[in-house]
Write a protein that binds this ligand. Structure first.
Ligand code: COA
Length: 337
């Protein structure tokens, strides 16, 4: 039993529900090979991806966000929460933020709701902000949603990006609890480096007047920075918790590329079989990739509730971040749209 006043009694945000939503249309590698100068073998061996999902033109990022959010609330057994934080790189419109409408459509009332723009690190940033709102006493619970429709910003003829990215959404409910509970978020690390702002970007009107504004990525340079920063960031939260890398039961990294995931685990000395890689069927879904990977992993029943877990992400900005938590005991709810 923890002694009174020990760190295990400290207030913490606890992961209490998880929901996901994927578009029904699957684009396999064969469909891309027919229009791009690429091969199924190149895509599988260089990225680990076999297929990705694509939203219909009628589907909005908010539609996916609402479905994932409703599923997370059902998973948590809650009908209401104290706020909504939504991470996306692909807003349906520049203004206003999507989160207030998502809160409204979910029947959550007049709760605080806002968006976060941190590209592939969006979910980790949103979870850290939501956890701060909870532990500082502003609200008791937050719905954290990550929703992306990259097919709206990817050039379908760019083999460097079209093979990697997919559409999807994931959401978690965080509620106020203690550090001793399964699913408690225990340590955070966030960082950024604007000197790399153009390594991942969508050009704006002022940069390329009149040109199509497609997502652009310096793949190889991003790859190297992603491995470096996710490993460093993960090691910082491990240090904060006093956890040896070999004792980590689940590393759930941003699902950027299967090789990046293995390289991060190797660099840290985390058992490679404990690095969760669920990229094969959904590709890189940017901010949504961590909750989607968490859900797939939860369905397998491994690791056991309470296991030492780290979520780690890297993305445009540049931005990165990690969260250490214990593996939650819950059932994810999934739907397709
Ligand atoms: N099919 C076939 N060849 C391809 C290709 C494709 N789909 N995409 C790129 N290539 C080619 C390149 O043109 C290059 O050819 P060249 O040597 O003749 O110039 C060659 O493959 C190697 O390119 P490179 O970019 O060095 O390959 P890579 O091993 O780094 O893999 C990525 C490319 C994009 C898969 C990899 O860099 C990556 O995953 N980067 C990070 C992506 C990411 O995480 N993005 C999200 C933000 S965190």
């Amino acid at each position: 039993m923890p002694s009174p006043g020990s760190s295990r009694d400290l207030p913490a945000a606890v992961l209490a529900g998880l929901g996901t939503c994927l578009p029904t249309t699957e684009i396999d590698n064969a469909a891309l090979v027919s229009r791009l100068d690429t091969t199924d073998e190149w895509i599988r061996t260089r990225t680990g991806i076999a297929a990705r999902r694509q939203a219909t033109p009628e589907t909005s990022m908010r539609d996916l966000a609402c479905q994932a959010g409703a599923n997370a609330l059902r998973s948590a057994g809650l009908e209401t929460v104290g706020g909504v934080v939504l991470a996306t790189t692909t807003p349906d419109r520049p203004c206003p933020a999507a989160a207030p409408e998502v809160a409204h459509r979910l029947g959550l009332g007049q709760v605080p709701a806002f968006d976060i723009s941190a590209v592939c690190s969006g979910f980790v940033y949103a979870a850290a902000v939501a956890a701060s709102l909870i532990t500082s006493g502003v609200v008791d619970s937050v719905l954290v949603v990550a929703s992306e429709i990259y097919s709206r910003i990817i050039n379908p003829m760019d083999r460097g990006t079209a093979v990697i990215f997919g559409d999807g959404a994931g959401a978690v409910v965080l509620r106020r609890g203690t550090a001793a509970e399964q699913g408690a978020l225990l340590a955070f690390d966030l960082g950024g480096d604007g000197s790399g702002h153009d390594l991942i970007h969508v050009p704006g009107e002022l940069e390329q007047p009149g040109d199509p504004r497609w997502f652009s990525m310096a793949g190889r340079r991003v790859y190297l920075r992603a491995v470096e920063q996710m490993a460093l960031s993960t090691s910082r939260v491990l240090k904060d918790c006093g956890w040896d890398p070999e004792t980590v039961g689940a590393l759930v990294p941003h699902q950027a590329n299967g090789r990046i995931i293995q390289a991060v685990a190797e660099r840290l000395g985390i058992p490679p079989q404990n690095a969760v890689c669920e990229i094969a069927r959904v590709g890189n879904t940017s901010a949504a990739s961590i909750p989607l990977a968490l859900a797939t992993s939860l369905a397998t029943g491994r690791p056991a509730p309470g296991a030492r877990t780290v979520l780690s992400a890297f993305g445009g900005g540049l931005s990165w971040g990690s969260v250490a938590l214990t593996w939650p005991q819950l059932q994810a709810v999934h739907s397709e749209f």
